[in-house]
Design a binder for this molecule. Structure first.
Ligand SMILES: [Zn+2]
Length: 379
């Protein structure tokens, strides 16, 4: 999952740490409810300043626990040679952007279980701290108690067996091990995930007016939001599994588009726009001289040039040059091409045979390819 609009906090172990703007909402909610509701009702005789200090410190330690949970997933991914790009805190907790899925069921199981195991361990540590400090320092004991409790909830919540929750990933890895079929296991686990999400939404809707078991309308609303978020994530993973299944077995040469015209490097951007884009509607170009590829060009590159400058700018000045392009080969399987695109954050790869470009694979052309096949009745 990708989240836009986030602040970069810096890199640790090569992993970018980020704060999404929605995190500030949850940080304030947690801090205020600790400082104004929970601590004052359980410990009525602390001074005001202490409520706020302990509220802020406890809240920060809670989010540090969430980061530790994501870091646990990330480190197991690293051990299995799966690069991790970033860890982002956002309104529903944390998310690690792990560049690809595990290739073996065991690796996936360990990677998924590492997060909840870490939360359980943190919960245990704060539980011990609470036991030792109980009669000694009330504020720190109170903080330790709440952190033990909330990390336990975090572990339990994540172990619910609906994909994309950690428990759903554990469930998928077990199915995968039994059936040997990764995509079918993903489809089953994501369908269970959607079921879980609808249960969340339904219980939220029941809790809002009735507030049973001391739960508030706000808890109900929160459950509805989490359910909605999980449903979206599960559906997206389901669709991804569907079209990955549909692309399975195809090679690059079978799905590439060969209609990206070749243009010479020294024509002006203006001529390219007039003659190739307006006249024929092409969106991608291979910049080549005498059949030798020098770069590729998409509308994205062209937009960087203002209209006045299009007359004086040559195509070669704005193309993505060959040394920044990753290429693929005609018989490479298309799913591994997609995996490479994900890992290096690119949207298109030229297909090269004997030093010549014979076509281009772009994400949107893959979608067109599948669409055409299904319209013609192919599965
Ligand atoms: Zn997790």
């Amino acid at each position: 999952m990708k989240l836009g609009s986030a602040f970069n906090l810096g890199k640790v172990f090569g992993i970018q740490f980020r704060l999404h703007y929605t995190w500030f909402i949850i940080f304030i909610l947690v801090t205020v409810s600790l400082s104004r509701l929970m601590f004052p009702s359980d410990y009525p005789d602390w001074p005001q300043l202490l409520y706020w200090t302990m509220g802020i410190v406890t809240s920060l330690l809670f989010f540090a626990s969430v980061v530790a949970h994501e870091l646990a997933h990330s480190l197991v991914a690293r051990i299995n040679d799966i690069p991790v790009k970033s860890i982002t805190l956002f309104i529903f907790g944390g998310v690690a952007q792990i560049t690809r899925e595990a290739k073996k069921a065991n690796a996936e199981l360990l990677m998924a279980a590492a997060g909840p195991a870490c939360s359980l361990a943190i919960s245990g540590l704060f539980g011990l701290l609470w036991l030792f400090l109980q009669g000694i320092t009330e504020p720190i004991a109170a903080m330790a108690f709440w952190l033990a409790y909330v990390n336990l909830i975090l572990a339990a919540f994540n172990l619910i067996p609906g994909f994309p929750l950690d428990g759903g990933r554990v469930f998928r890895s077990i199915l995968w091990r039994i059936t040997g079929n990764y995509r079918r296991s993903t489809r089953i686990a994501t369908q269970v995930g959607r079921g879980v999400a609808y249960l969340f939404i339904l219980s939220g809707i029941i809790i809002i007016p009735l507030h049973p078991f001391g739960l508030s309308w706000f808890d109900g609303l929160w459950l509805v939001f989490i359910g909605w978020f999980l449903e979206n994530a599960a559906s997206a993973s389901y669709r991804q599994a569907q079209w990955q299944g549909a692309l399975q077995g195809f090679t690059a040469s079978q799905v590439m588009t060969s209609d990206c015209p070749v243009v010479p490097p020294n024509i002006t951007v203006n001529r390219l726009v007039q003659e190739y884009i307006f006249a024929s509607g092409h969106h991608c170009f291979l910049v080549a001289e005498e059949g030798k590829l020098e770069g590729i060009l998409t509308l994205h590159n062209i937009k960087s040039v203002s209209q006045q400058n299009q007359e004086v700018t040559q195509v070669k000045e704005i193309m993505t040059p060959i040394n920044k392009i990753k290429v693929t080969y005609p018989n490479q399987d298309v799913l591994s091409v997609l995996g490479q695109m994900d890992e290096s954050d690119i949207n298109q790869m030229p297909v090269v045979s004997e030093g010549r470009v014979i076509g281009l694979i772009a994400r949107d052309s893959l979608i067109r390819f599948l669409h055409t096949r299904s319209q013609l009745g192919y599965r």
